[in-house]
Design a protein around this ligand. Sequence first.
Ligand SMILES: *[C@@H]1O[C@H](CO)[C@@H](O)[C@H](O)[C@H]1NC(C)=O
Ligand SMILES: [Zn+2]
Length: 390
Amino acid sequence: MLFAFALLSLGSWLGRLAYAYQDLSDETLKKLPGPGDDFDIKKGSILAPILVPRVSGTEGNAAVRQHFVDFFKTHLPEWTISLHNSTSTTPVSNGKEVPFVNLIATRDPPGTAEGDVSRLALVAHYDSKYTPTGFIGATDSAAPCAMILHVARSIEAALAKKWAATPDDDLDAEHRGVQILLLDGEEAFKSWTDSDSLYGARALAEDWETSFHMASSTYRTPLDSIELFLLLDLLGSKGPKVPSYFKTTHWAYKHMANAEQRLRKLGLIKSSPNHDTKMAKRENKKPRAERPFLTEAAKGDDAFLGGFVQDDHVPFMARGVEILHIIPSPFPQVWHNIEDDGEHLDMDTVEDWTKLVMAFTAEWMELDGFFDAPAKKLTVDAEKSEFEIP
Ligand SMILES: *[C@@H]1O[C@H](CO)[C@@H](O)[C@H](O)[C@H]1NC(C)=O
Ligand SMILES: [Zn+2]
């Protein structure tokens, strides 16, 4: 028994030791693809289908979930999709059980065993609020779902290239993957309580706590396999300010803040007055003041007072999962208001968040050098870049 215990803790200690984070080069940051028309709120293939009422248990909810499934089947067949089902009554269901369906999409290195991969989880909820009638929830959280889909699609080729270039022995040693959780039933139906909220997240965290991997695995359960739970919520309004909520993941927040700062310096942040298209038009080229989204990179250890926002991470955090919560404080003005719709999104800000989350994910997965040159500049870049042209 003692031996087994020692092995187990050595395993998880090694898992932590293997952790690394690699900044992307400026070249790669410049190459990160934007969503283009796919985020058009009327016709965009990724975002438009999500901008509908999608209350848990309704047809709209099922249609949006089907959109996600179709997206993965079409663009990301390498990802493993599963649905996690649960049911619960709600304060407005008159005793009836409402279904809650979480979508889980996982991309692990080829040939790795289920329990041996530690994953970066990208998380958002896809249900919308029951009231007011017709509520869309564009920031809450249609836009974050769209961001995550675009990030997944944009890193897939780089991931595949990286893994193809990695000798099998190193793949075994690396064992890091990406997991997407699109959660159902985050919103309260009546008013927020422990039982009227987080329906999908609570059911999933509870089930995963007792879903054990093979005894020889590095990680005991799918919860232990989550190296970082990166939760996006209420994103897409102009001028967000996102604090660092948790001391234990402040290091990850700092990495993201650093990526943001570098993207700003490179003129790649569209909502910034210093975006390269605006600089090109301006006579006085002196940079204007930046207003970073991530405002607390310099926060000291003793400034964490324990305040946080109730959200899908709660049942996971209660079970020891490390959380990076990207949610603005204050909330957007449109929060839980009928105006939280596609028209009220600030599309530059939506694209900026997407790029930032993509950069963070690519740095986490150490993908520098595996992104293709943008299609237009391919011939020019091919000459002088070390990036693979097959
Ligand atoms: C979960 O629910 C979905 C949607 O209702 C259904 O299609 C699927 O078969 C269910 N999966 C399981 C494992 O019960
Ligand atoms: Zn909400």
